[in-house]
Design a protein around this ligand. Structure first.
Ligand SMILES: Cc1cc2nc3c(=O)[nH]c(=O)nc-3n(C[C@H](O)[C@H](O)[C@H](O)COP(=O)(O)OP(=O)(O)OC[C@H]3O[C@@H](n4cnc5c(N)ncnc54)[C@H](O)[C@@H]3O)c2cc1C
Length: 408
């Protein structure tokens, strides 16, 4: 029998690949097994029509830790990011619009002042609130997770108990009401609290989702700025795979793990659906917890209570579908200023989220198990800033549509 690997990783998504790189850097012999024909998972770029390439699922970059980008020297393999500017364009049904510029408070405030001078002034307090929360939470991101009680203690130690209340207990609508008066401004801020989330603006706890949009630093270390990866999200996993291979990681694609081998209470390898057995001293899973613990791991190998909790307490239903399009030309929004060309409007994310009430109604449909009749839509197009993704003069565009019930 061949020597077992030190670690076998089920799945070649970005998390599996990052784990593979760090294990290999630590001198371990690592094998990654990916069922799809390419690594990448939800972070891939694919051709959807001849000459039109798109980030199929994940599309916008901020949360990848700069430490990882640097330590794995991803730039040497072609990893390159740039900020979206404007960050957001919000068209409203009455013909008005609002641009937001992450990282440029003064410019965003000038936009907000079109709707409310008071809200423009409040925008500083809003941004300061997120900065304080990020200052406390960001240092925990590269550590083993701390408990909720410990996190609450850190807010208390920093004299920020009221920020903790806002972040964890309020709904997005209530939080926005503590800062802003204009319904337009509130609607412009709300989407980043809701995206991908099982909740509407009136759902307590949703502000924490906004925090995830304020804390990232992947765009040249600038906190809260979102951008694109040149070549689409596939570049993230392509460069990670290249770094992994250079570190000695073996990557096999088009191979599906059917079972984790467990002997005397420890994982000792995997069996592929082809019947091949591969031995390893440790098995890491990049697949979701339900698949990992309920489908791939033999039932008797885990405590019954643990399995029950994964089955019942761990929810992985989906709320969105994504529509990827190849276009002759970019859309023209009736609410866009006439002197700003569509190529500039579409550089940022366009949110169809005209009021908090609209968003809540979209969520209400989902709660009844129905697709939203008037969905929240986040529209984005990378081709205006990355011409490698579409033929000259043409474009790719995606719509991230929410709320649509999906149970895997
Ligand atoms: C539509 C959509 C849009 C998103 N947009 C963004 C965004 O803009 N920005 C952002 O930061 N995040 C975004 N996300 C979230 C982000 O994509 C995910 O959090 C991230 O991709 C998860 O990475 P992962 O490596 O943990 O898992 P995955 O990417 O899911 O990778 C898991 C891998 O395991 C493989 N696998 C599973 N089972 C087996 C098996 N039995 N054998 C072999 N291989 C197996 C799968 O094929 C897959 O390649 C989005 C997610 C979705 C769905």
């Amino acid at each position: 029998m061949s020597t077992p690997y030190d670690a076998i990783i089920i799945g070649g998504g970005h998390n599996g690949l990052v784990a593979a790189c760090y294990l290999a850097k630590a001198g371990k012999r690592v094998l990654v097994l990916e069922r799809y024909h390419t690594v990448g998972g939800a972070a891939i770029t694919e051709e959807i029509h001849p000459g039109f390439r798109v980030s199929v699922a994940s599309y916008s970059m901020s949360l990848m830790r700069p430490e990882i980008i640097e330590e794995l020297r991803l730039a040497d393999y072609g990893f390159e990011v740039y900020a979206k500017s404007p960050s957001y364009f919000m068209p409203f049904p009455d013909g008005q619009h609002l641009f937001l510029y992450a990282g440029d408070r003064e410019r965003s405030k000038r936009e907000i002042a079109k709707f409310s001078q008071r809200d423009a002034e409040a925008y500083d307090a809003w941004e300061d609130f997120w900065d304080r929360c990020c200052d406390i939470i960001e240092p925990t991101l590269m550590q083993p997770p701390i408990s909720l009680a410990e996190l609450a203690q850190r807010f208390e130690d920093a004299g920020c108990v009221d920020d903790w209340r806002r972040l964890m207990l309020l709904s997005t609508s209530d939080l926005l009401g503590e800062f802003f008066e204009s319904e337009y401004v509130k609607a412009a801020m709300a989407p980043q609290s809701l995206i991908s989330t099982m909740g509407g603006p009136a759902t307590p706890g949703t502000p924490y989702v906004y925090l995830m949009h304020a804390i990232g630093r992947a765009i040249h270390g600038r906190r809260g700025v979102w951008g694109y990866v040149k070549g689409g999200m596939g570049t993230v996993t392509r460069t990670l795979a290249a770094a992994a291979r250079d570190l000695g990681v073996e990557i096999r694609t088009s191979v599906e793990v059917g079972e984790v081998l467990v002997e005397q209470g420890a994982a000792t390898g995997v069996v592929l659906t082809s019947g091949e057995t591969i031995r390893g001293r440790a098995v890491l899973s990049n697949a979701d917890p339900k698949r990992t613990f309920l489908k791939l791991t033999p039932a008797g190998a885990l405590p019954e209570e643990f399995r029950r909790r994964i089955e019942r307490n761990y929810r992985i239903g989906g709320t969105v579908y994504k529509l990827n399009l190849a276009l002759e030309e970019l859309p023209r929004y009736l609410a866009a200023p006439p002197d700003v060309p569509p190529e500039v409007i579409s550089r940022g994310t366009v949110d169809i989220a005209p009021t908090l009430g609209y968003l809540e109604r979209a969520w209400d449909d989902f709660k009844r198990g129905e697709p939203s009749r008037e969905p929240f839509i986040e529209i984005f197009s990378q081709s205006p800033t990355d011409p490698t993704l579409a033929p000259p003069g043409k474009h790719v565009l995606s719509c991230f549509c929410q709320y649509f019930p999906y149970e895997p």
